[in-house]
Write a protein that binds this ligand. Structure first.
Ligand SMILES: [Zn+2]
Ligand SMILES: [Zn+2]
Length: 352
């Protein structure tokens, strides 16, 4: 009674500052909530965007982190899908499941104030010892015994993004797919694009070691390095002179949006997965007649059970993305390492 329980949490302080602070252990606030003890969390590129002040809706004082797995310690009365003791993957998006957008699967635009990407942005996230997850029945996916925490770590965010993006791509067997960006999200996109059976996946990145990894893991068939390779010509040469049937832009660089529509064949689908910090231009006169289909946005992360099933079946495994393992005490250093892309970092698994 009266005894307050404290935990460590990585807090966004606004204006480019983050710090490891003591915070109260979260309690249930609604009967659809669950409290999860975090066993592993990751740092995402979006966290870096927040730290840079490039995500205006991020609230100073919030605990960061939206990519994590853990163990349920407590559930609200209305939670049916999980119970205390269950190992779970936490979804980046919390969503009500009942509003206009949720009913159509567009959970990123859930109309609830706690809906969409709220965790680690507008409400306290999981780079901490504990996290409160609203709408736990929608936002938690049980991890089967045969799946490790590391294998499940990316289910709720970058694997969801890759899976969602691949679905938008309208990939048909024998298609040629180009993915710009072989970072964690790009690699997850390649992995999920493979599920649709394209004849060829072309990976494009300015980092040779990332391209090597894409090739090694069998995610890309052809790897192209701007500067060394003439990208447009090479993509055409790899696609019967036409250009890629589907292009995924997962890099978010200064000229990668332009590259995306240039390497697409007429009538291709261009999926923009990247999160830009600046406006991009859509030069319609130059692309007139090419009849491209652009799809953009933030992930609708409501297919986590399918992703978990595919992991359990051995058809998806993103655990190789973990290049570094660090403790929550070292998380600020981990942010620096991740932002500087030092030491060939891909993803960092943080253990509270
Ligand atoms: Zn993320
Ligand atoms: Zn909703």
């Amino acid at each position: 009674m009266g005894e307050e329980k404290w935990m460590k949490a990585l807090v966004y302080e606004g204006g480019g500052r983050i710090a490891l602070r003591q915070k109260k252990i979260p309690a249930l606030q609604a009967e659809t909530d669950a409290i999860v003890r975090v066993t592993l969390a990751a740092i995402c590129a979006s966290d870096i965007h927040i730290r840079r002040g490039a995500v205006p809706r991020a609230v100073p004082g919030v605990t960061l982190g939206h990519e994590l797995v853990g163990q349920v310690v407590e559930t609200g009365r209305a939670v049916r899908g999980v119970k205390a003791g269950d190992r779970v993957a936490v979804n980046v998006e919390t969503y009500c499941g009942e509003c206009f957008f949720c009913r159509r699967g567009f959970v990123n635009n859930c109309e609830n104030p706690d809906g969409g990407w709220a965790l680690g942005c507008r409400i306290d996230g999981g780079q901490a010892e504990y996290v409160r997850v609203p709408f736990a029945d929608n936002g938690l996916t049980r991890i089967p015994d045969s799946v490790s925490d590391e294998q499940a770590l990316f289910v709720g965010d970058i694997l969801s993004t890759g899976y969602w993006a691949a679905g938008l791509g309208e990939i048909k067997p024998a298609d040629t797919v180009a993915v710009i960006g072989a970072g964690p999200t790009g690699l997850c996109t390649m992995m999920c694009a493979r599920l649709y059976g394209p004849s060829k996946i072309i990976a494009i990145d300015t980092d040779e070691s990332r391209l090597r990894l894409a090739k090694e893991k069998g995610l890309a068939d052809v790897v192209l390095l701007p500067g060394r390779d003439e990208i447009e010509a090479r993509v055409r040469a790899e696609s019967h002179g036409r250009g890629a049937d589907t292009v995924f832009e997962a890099a978010g660089g200064t000229d990668t949006f332009e590259l995306a529509w240039k390497i697409a064949r007429p009538n291709a689908v261009v999926v923009v997965v990247a999160m830009y910090e600046e406006d991009q231009t859509l030069p319609l006169p130059r692309m007139y007649g090419k009849n491209l289909i652009f799809k953009t946005g933030g992930v609708d992360g409501c297919r986590c059970q399918e992703i978990m099933d595919l992991i359990e079946a051995g058809r998806l495994d993103a655990s190789f993305l973990i290049s570094h393992r660090m403790s929550l005490d070292d998380i600020v250093r981990a942010y620096d390492l991740f932002e500087e892309k030092a030491d060939h970092v891909m993803k960092i698994a943080i253990k509270p």
